[in-house]
Design a binder for this molecule. Structure first.
Ligand code: GDP
Length: 406
């Protein structure tokens, strides 16, 4: 696996803002499912229970972790419960993420529950992108939502797109980095068409791009100098500055569209691969089992001793699946690893990668990855390592994603 390309991400959202619909579209556009059926009924309002739907269609929309691929990037999509209360369960699902998409409704904007979810994300220092969904709804107001993100969430929200049309006239978006228009075609929005920016939007797009560049220039002298000299800013530089500012938790780039109407989900996936970090870019630390004050830096390297955390245990018809984030080293099918809490060695009988429609049995999995293991009997939150008394991930308050300074 090319680790630099891997993304471990979650979607955090206020209930009803479209997390399920967006997740399903991601599975569809990444080729994991082959047909969009209205996941939860006909647009706003109608709902269908996830479990019911999953049973009916035999797929997992909201599995603990689902692996997809987008343009050569493996993406592990981890389910982040949108609970209001700060539970251990939420905590665990957040700590295994390297990045997230914050979904907001274009009409409802930042609501009480968004604040809670936001606090949790900040506490775990999760770099984020925002997606303003439901741009097709009457009353959609992305500018208002961006302002609310600044005022209520206190984040430096920077629009990277402007909409082409709005409400029932939503057609696509203008990408302010590439200065191109994006439209979806095909009965399920599966074709992305790039085009020139509509003439009547050009002034607005240029103004918005200037605003985006000025906001980004606070994080890059090079960009600032180019702006001051009124010179062309290369696209690659914008991508790099954005990537670094997102990982440094300085900015939240804002994208927009309508998951339900199959609009603009693909550009969001491009942004995930461009701006959210790979496991190599975040350094996690664990607590020394014997000296709780000592932190051991973990390295995302297959050749180091294995350290992983069981973050979710799910019973399914095939048996118990233990979802595990591998922070360091690798695991191999059939080998034994030590549960750091109990001191017992458990054999990892089978290792599986979960896809929405099937499970893939694999022989090994390396550092940075998220997989499910079968045959272990442990508690959610247990740390496993290749050696006894190596370290503990659970007892430490935060895995401290420390940004590597390159
Ligand atoms: P979740 O609770 O965040 O998982 O939200 P769902 O994905 O279940 O969506 C809640 C409701 O909003 C459902 O009725 C969806 O069909 C609807 N919905 C989701 N995305 C959109 C959208 O982009 N536009 C409109 N109009 N409705 C949407």
């Amino acid at each position: 696996m090319n680790l630099a390309k891997l993304r471990n991400i979650g979607i955090s959202a206020h209930i009803d803002s479209g997390k399920t619909t967006l997740s399903e579209r991601i599975l569809f556009y990444s080729g994991r499912i082959h047909k969009i059926e209205d996941v939860r009924g006909g647009g706003d309002g109608a709902t269908m229970d996830h479990m019911e739907l999953e049973k009916e269609r035999g797929i997992t929309i909201t599995s603990a972790a689902t692996s997809v691929e987008w343009k050569g990037h493996p993406i592990n999509l981890i389910d982040t419960p949108g609970h209001v209360d700060f539970t251990v369960e939420v905590e665990r699902s957040l700590r295994v993420l390297d990045g997230a998409i914050l979904v907001l409704c274009s009409v409802g904007g930042v609501q009480a529950q968004s604040l809670t979810v936001d606090r949790q994300m900040k506490r775990y220092k999760v770099p984020r992108l925002a997606f303003i969904n439901k741009m097709d709804r009457t009353g959609a107001n992305p500018d208002k939502v961006v302002q609310q993100m600044r005022d209520k969430l206190g984040v430096d929200a920077i629009p990277f797109q402007i909409p082409i049309g709005l409400e029932d006239k939503l057609e696509g978006v203008v990408d302010l980095v590439e200065m191109k228009a994006y439209y979806n075609e095909g009965s399920q929005g599966e074709i992305v068409k790039e085009a020139e920016i509509p003439a009547d939007l050009m002034d607005k797009a240029q103004e918005a791009r200037q605003h985006m560049l000025e906001s980004l220039s606070l994080y890059s002298d090079e960009l600032m100098e180019l702006l001051l000299a009124e010179e062309e800013v290369p696209t690659d530089l914008i991508h790099k500055v954005t990537h670094d500012a997102v990982i440094g938790l300085n900015i939240t780039p804002v994208f927009m569209g309508s998951a339900y109407k199959n609009k603009c989900v693909q550009p969001l996936l491009d942004a995930v691969t461009r701006y959210l970090p790979s496991p190599l870019e975040i350094q996690y630390k664990a607590k020394d089992v014997e000296d709780p004050n000592k932190l051991i830096p973990l390295s995302c390297d297959d050749d180091k001793p294995f350290v992983g955390m069981a973050f979710k245990i799910v019973e399914d018809p095939y048996g118990q699946l233990t979802f595990m984030r591998i922070y360091q080293g690798k695991i191999e099918k059939g080998k034994g690893y030590v549960n750091q809490r109990t001191g017992k060695t458990d054999r990892f009988a089978r290792i599986v990668r979960m896809h929405s429609d099937k499970r893939e049995e694999i022989d090994s999995a390396g550092a940075g990855d998220i997989v499910a293991v079968m045959g272990v009997d442990c508690a959610s939150g247990d740390t496993y390592a290749s050696e006894r008394n190596y370290c503990s991930l659970e007892s430490i308050f935060v895995p401290i994603p420390v940004i590597k300074i390159s």
